[in-house]
Design a protein around this ligand. Structure first.
Ligand SMILES: Cc1cc2nc3c(=O)[nH]c(=O)nc-3n(C[C@H](O)[C@H](O)[C@H](O)COP(=O)(O)O)c2cc1C
Length: 168
């Protein structure tokens, strides 16, 4: 039996779910047994040996169901290999200001899971996928539609994460 990994994600407009699917596909190709779950389903950790947790950023923070999952499962998560990814549109540069700002998106999560590995992925802004309220906010802050996802970066990360963990 191969090692079972939960890939759980929090999304509003779908881009984080699509990134999670890509990550899951690469992990499956590496021989892991992968299950994908939306964090809205409140997945149960029993039976999994490692977890990938991804969330979109809204207003400078992970989505509420992702934060709730980390708080609720903190002690179990601390005892297993865990990798976090964050999907966002601002602060995607490699300059110090961008790095500091995006680190702030997950500061509360890292405080609870200090040993987790972590990645940041540029996401998607597509007004047609947004709720009325989110579209209103996006227009207010003069957001620009674009797809910044770097599938090579995403696949590379999924190809190297849990590198010290045996598949079987
Ligand atoms: C209402 C709203 C607020 C957002 N707030 C932020 C933010 O604070 N920082 C950021 O970098 N990106 C922000 N974004 C961009 C999203 O994180 C990005 O579009 C991401 O790909 C959305 O993921 P999803 O498609 O899984 O919902 C925001 C987007 C919307 C619509």
């Amino acid at each position: 039996m191969s090692l079972k990994i939960l890939v759980a994600y929090a999304t509003r407009a779908g881009s984080t779910a699509e990134i999670a699917t890509e990550v899951g596909g690469v992990l499956s190709a590496r021989g892991f047994s992968v299950e994908m779950k939306s964090l809205k389903e409140r997945p149960v950790l029993a039976g999994y040996q490692a977890v990938v947790l991804g969330s979109a950023v809204r207003m400078g923070s992970w989505l509420p169901e992702a934060l709730t999952f980390v708080r609720t499962n903190q002690s179990a998560l601390q005892g297993m290999p865990i990798a976090l990814f964050t999907v966002h549109m601002l602060n995607i540069g490699e300059d110090e200001a961008s790095r500091t700002a995006r680190a702030g998106y997950t500061a509360s999560v890292r405080a609870l899971l200090p040993d987790a590995s972590e990645a940041f992925f540029a996401g998607l802004m597509d007004f047609s996928r947004l709720s009325f309220f989110d579209r209103f906010i996006a227009r207010m802050v003069k957001a620009v539609e674009s797809d910044q996802r770097d599938w090579g970066q995403i696949r590379d990360w999924a190809g190297s994460v849990f590198s010290g963990v045996n598949v079987l």
